[in-house]
Design a binder for this molecule. Structure first.
Ligand code: ADP
Ligand code: MG
Length: 486
């Protein structure tokens, strides 16, 4: 991209709220059911039915609002957004317009080594529509209303992002947060978390925003990145070729990597929003707000900075173990079992193993940390055996591999016993071995005394070999040095 252009991005994110039933009916929200088996009279808009608000959805919206430091509006108002589409049998979507439940707030993101605060405009409750099915109906379309009425929180950011990388960092941070506070399962393949990216470009230094195009329904971070990259290039070349950008809604095609026009953008007035007469204004009492606040867990950002302060972990390490609550809980448990005097060394020890061997194992198996065969306490115990000198680093890796394979029920001590892996840390025993090595290698001893440091390493190697790698290498080093200098 030429240096004279600046990119401006605002994201609208739809997070499906993790309630068991729909936002205005008792029908289940479970994913993957046979078409039209999870839609009741309210969802298919039978005449005369009335919506009943799901308090679990409201509670989740409040939790989100508090987590981002937003204002919780009371009352907030449900509004009808009117449009025609075959997957919307009522002819309108119930949403919130003028007074959303969540207003303002911020999200802090990490981009490389720097931090940035993105402002949120609002987050409002709404229902999802159904789904049109274009395959399997020989030239016709089917409609599945299972999704109709699924509770969504639409989270709208200010146009504060200045690159695709920032937009992805924002989406990832938001994704971590909504899962952390249990408002959304974050399953992007199933559509539980999807982003619309509003993108415009302007000449660097210009005060006005350019005209934006909105890329709809991006359901992976990679697509988000690719779609924005493509869109930015496209807009710049359009403008440089003397054309004007028209406000529009576009779709990203992952196969071609291109965005293409879906419709020119409708304005809010096209939707004829008005307050839904079937739903009362939504009041949130001070008591209810206080109760939700009291039940909030420590948030990822707070925990991240706590780890950095308490354990002097780097920003990168602290982010790694706060990427989800599961990772953070795994870290905490392993750390507790390791229970070392030096907390900083212990924390770094656990992080190194989680980002190294454990992450590699999870990747190989393509599983989530919650399904790791190596439990957090077992990893903690393994690292304890490394820290207390029972295992040297090579043996630790061997035991870890055995744990991954489920040997001895994954119990490191049982594996150490079964494989006879104890490191030799008895200095008397090591001394004996060193003496034997010195006696058998007179030439190398002489070489070392003549100033050849290499000969020392060879002697260490001999001693390690004599113990089948089980001697504590540090002790071998020390004892050898002492004997050679004596
Ligand atoms: P609508 O409700 O029609 O989608 P909004 O004004 O609410 O429009 O904005 C939607 C999103 O577009 C917000 O995330 C906002 O930050 C973003 N946005 C607004 N103007 C621009 C712009 N010029 N360039 C990029 N993003 C923008
Ligand atoms: Mg929009």
């Amino acid at each position: 991209m030429s240096a004279k252009w600046e990119v401006v991005i605002g994201l609208e994110t739809h997070a499906q709220l993790s309630t068991a039933s729909k936002i205005f009916s008792g029908a289940p929200t479970a994913f993957g059911a046979e078409p039209n088996t999870q839609a009741c009279g309210v969802d298919i808009a039978l005449p005369g039915v009335l919506p009943v608000l799901n308090t679990g959805a409201v509670e989740r919206a409040i939790r989100f609002g508090l987590a981002v430091g937003a204002k919780i509006n009371s009352p907030s108002i449900f509004a009808r957004k009117n449009y025609f589409y075959p997957d919307l049998p009522k002819g309108y979507q119930i949403s919130q317009y003028e007074k959303p439940i969540v207003e303002g707030g911020t999200l802090t993101i990490q981009v490389g080594e720097s931090e940035k605060t993105v402002r949120l405009t609002r987050a409002h409750l709404e229902e999802d529509a159904g789904k049109s099915l274009h395959e399997d109906f020989s030239g016709r379309s089917g409609i599945d209303l299972n999704r109709a009425g699924t509770p969504l929180l639409e989270i709208v950011s200010e146009p504060d992002m200045r690159s695709a990388e920032e937009a992805v960092a924002y989406a990832r941070t938001l994704h971590t947060l909504v899962r952390w506070i249990d408002v959304c399962d974050g399953n992007m393949q199933e559509g539980s978390f999807r982003c619309d990216a509003n993108v415009s470009v302007r000449l660097l230094g210009s005060k006005e925003f350019g005209t934006r195009r909105e890329i709809k329904n991006l359901n992976s971070f990679r697509f988000l990145q690719q779609a924005i990259d493509y869109e930015v290039q496209w807009q710049i070349s359009e403008i440089e070729d003397g054309r004007k950008i028209q406000q529009a809604t576009v779709l990203f095609d992952p196969d071609s990597g291109e965005t293409r026009m879906m419709r020119t953008k409708e304005d809010a007035h096209d939707y004829r929003y008005f307050p839904d007469p079937d739903l009362l204004p939504l009041e949130v009492s001070a008591e209810r707000l206080a109760a939700v606040r009291a039940a909030m867990p420590e948030l990822p950002e707070a925990r991240r900075s706590r780890y950095m302060k308490e354990y002097l972990l780097s920003s990168y390490d602290a982010s790694l173990i706060t990427q989800s609550r599961e990772w953070s809980e795994y870290f905490e448990l392993a750390f507790q079992v390791l229970n070392a005097d030096d907390k900083m060394v212990a924390a770094k020890h656990v992080v190194n193993w989680m980002s190294g061997e454990l992450a590699a194992y999870l990747n190989r198996q393509e599983i989530d940390i919650t399904r790791s065969v190596v439990s957090a306490p077992a990893l903690g115990m393994l690292l304890k055996r490394n820290a207390d000198g029972t295992l040297n680093n090579k043996m630790t890796k061997e035991v870890f591999a055995a744990m991954c394979a489920g040997e001895q029920g994954g119990d490191p001590d049982a594996i150490i016993a079964a494989r006879g892996l104890k490191q030799i840390s008895d200095s008397g025993e090591i001394e004996k071995i060193v003496d034997q090595v010195l006696a058998a290698n007179a030439q190398q001893v002489a070489d070392f005394r003549a100033g050849r440091e290499k000969a020392f390493n060879s002697l260490v190697g001999q001693a390690m070999k004599a113990t089948k790698g089980k001697a504590n290498p540090q002790q071998v080093n020390e004892i050898l040095r002492r004997k050679l200098s004596g």
